[in-house]
Every structure is written in C-alpha cells, then in structure tokens.
Write a protein that binds this ligand. Structure first.
Ligand SMILES: C[S@@+](CC[C@H](N)C(=O)[O-])C[C@H]1O[C@@H](n2cnc3c(N)ncnc32)[C@H](O)[C@@H]1O
Ligand code: SF4
Length: 323
C-alpha cells in the first residue's frame, strides 16, 4: 500500500546520505523511554516506525526481544546494521502499521514519531493495530507533538500537534494514560512550525474495559471482606441514599475505577456507569447497587470520600497507581 505519507518518507530517506542526517535523527533514547525501561523486566517490544533504529537498538541492548517495524526499507537497513554493530539483533518488519496484522502481542509497544505524521483517515486503522499488538499487561509509550501554545501554526510539513485531551480521548476507553511528561522546543525550522511541545505518554490497557467481570468480582470481594453479603443485597430494590453523584463521578473516573478517561459531570455519573455495564453485557442495576454499597458510609464504608484503600480488594483501581 502506498500513501502520501510513505512517498514523503521515501523522499527523506532517499535524500540523506547517512542515518545521522535524517531530520529526526537522535543517537540516544529519550530520557522518558530509558526511565520506563529502567523499571521493567525486559520482554517483547514492538517499535513502530523504528526509523534508523536508535530506540530498537537501545531496547535490544537492554535485553528486550525487539520487532522493528517501518514501511521504508532503508529505515530497516539502518536499524539492522546498527543492531549488528552493537552486537544485538532485532526482527525487522517492512509494513505499514495501518495495514498490519500483529502476529503476537508485545509487552512494550513504542511509537516515537509515527502517529503525528499519519493522515487522520488512517487513525482508526492505526488504533486497531496498536490495540491488537499490546498485551493486556503491556505498556504503550507514545511520543507525539503537542502545541507549544494554543492555535500554533504547524508549518508546511507538520507534524500534527494534538492536545493531551485529544490523545487521551483517542485511545479511550481501551487504553488509559498512566504518565505524561513534556519537553518544550522553541527553535525549530519554520517548515515544522518553529516550535512544539514534545509530549511523552505511557498508556496501559484499561482493565475496567478489558476485564469488566473481574472488576465486578473484585468489588464483590471487597464487600464480602467488609461483611456485606452482595448476593443478599442484590435482592434489594433501593440503592443506599448516602452516595452523592459527585462521589459516584469520582469513583467511575480515571483516578479510581477508570470506567471513563475523565471525571464526568456529577449529573452524568449514573448514565456513564449504566452505559459501561450495558456495553459489557452486565446487569446495570446490579452493578450500580454494588458500587453504591462500596461507596456508602452506612454499608461497605470503603470507597467513600476518604477511601480506605488499604482495606480494599479492588486491584484494578487506579488510585493505587503502582500496584
Ligand atoms: C519521524 S520518524 C521517527 C523514527 C524513529 N521512531 C525515531 O524516533 O527516530 C517516523 C518513522 O515512521 C515511519 N512511518 C511513518 N508512517 C508509517 C506507517 N504508516 N507505517 C510504518 N512506518 C511508518 C517512517 O518511515 C519513519 O521512519
Ligand atoms: S482502592 Fe481505594 S479508591 Fe480504589 S476502589 Fe478501593 S477504596 Fe476505592
């Protein structure tokens, strides 16, 4: 498949005499990637849009089993040569990420600079590929340009600047942002808009979305641990009355259960919970009751305004960020 993006990148690779003269060349991984890797045991990694391979080679040297994907053969040649010079190996894949079927799932998926060069018509296909490629316990590291200031011009050749909200909404509800960092660049060529904020994201699969029944089972266990018989309570037709819509909105939001990627307006919290339950074929009334029991000061007395996380069995909760 040829696209206008591919033609543009082909010209760039044909024009340069060495990988060092590529406009995006960097010979060290970003501090962000190095930091993410420093706290992970090496596993399988997929570097999408690997370019000249700096990140692929870095990961392989750290012990990762790396698949390096790019749609430009010259990029893969540079990557394989540099890996071999460093005494490591990577698996090169020549493919367009938007038309690629991942043969397996990876513990780490990395995109340093591909998505922000993609035509928006291919965003849904890109998103599908990333979701298929990422293991449920995996992490997705994305470097994407962000505007330096509101309304910033992106120059003749971009890349596209997207706000943090746009990126989070794009991957929601399947992926949830777990970390965000930014670095400002103010002196770039006019063709790429003179400046930008480089945004670094760490996403993980949202377990409320990937394993909803397990989340409900964890809530039930938390209630049982607090002597609430959830089965008996499910016979009740009334919800506890001391759970405010504000608290419910906080519980379904990204800081706790992660049913949504942003805290909804208080008046929308119940509808958000119902939509989530129905999307996953769960009984919306039963789900609402369990969460109200968890949140009620007179019932479970667990996930209240001052949550008792140390006594709670909800392992998927995002409040316990490093669990
Ligand atoms: C800006 S470069 C970044 C390269 C590298 N990740 C780095 O950090 O130096 C983007 C790379 O993505 C590749 N690319 C762009 N769109 C792609 C697509 N749809 N499928 C596969 N590769 C793509 C380009 O060929 C290029 O090598
Ligand atoms: S871990 Fe804390 S915030 Fe999360 S559901 Fe349990 S009590 Fe609520």
């Amino acid at each position: 498949m040829s696209t206008h993006e591919k033609e543009t990148f082909l010209q760039a690779y044909n024009w340069v005499e060495s990988w060092q003269t590529l406009p995006w060349a960097h010979d060290e991984p970003t501090l962000f990637l190095a930091h993410v890797c420093s706290r992970k045991k090496p596993g399988t990694a997929l570097d999408i849009g690997c370019g000249a391979g700096t990140d692929s080679v870095f990961l392989a040297k750290q012990g990762w089993e790396v698949t390096s994907l790019d749609f430009i053969p010259k990029a893969l040649e540079y990557t394989v040569q540099r890996a071999s010079a460093a005494g490591v190996s990577v698996t090169p894949v020549e493919a367009d990420i938007t038309a690629w079927e991942p043969p397996q799932q990876y513990d780490l998926v990395l995109d340093h600079g591909l998505l922000h060069n993609l035509d928006v018509v291919r965003y849904p296909a890109y998103r599908d590929s990333v979701l298929k490629a990422l293991a449920v316990t995996g992490e997705f590291v994305l470097l994407h340009w962000h505007p330096l200031f509101a309304g910033q011009d992106q120059g003749e050749v971009g890349p596209t600047r997207s706000s943090r909200e746009q990126i989070k909404a794009f991957f929601a509800p399947d992926l949830q942002e777990r970390f965000f960092a930014r670095e400002e660049f103010e002196d770039l060529p006019a063709t790429v808009g003179r400046g930008m904020t480089q945004a670094y994201y760490l996403f993980r699969p949202n377990l409320a979305e990937a394993k909803p029944a397990e989340l409900i089972a964890q809530i039930t266990t938390a209630l049982t641990d607090h002597a609430i018989d959830a089965d008996a309570a499910l016979g009740a037709d009334k919800l506890p009355t001391d759970v405010s819509d504000e608290l419910l909105a906080c519980i379904v939001g990204p800081g706790r259960l992660g049913i949504t990627h942003r805290v909804p307006a208080a008046e929308d919290a119940r509808a958000v919970l119902t939509a989530w339950a129905e999307r996953h074929g769960l009984d919306a009334g039963a789900v609402a009751l369990l969460i109200h029991l968890l949140a009620s000061g007179q019932q479970g007395n667990i996930c209240t305004e001052e949550p008792k996380c140390s006594e709670c069995a909800v392992k998927f909760c995002k409040r316990l960020r490093y669990r």
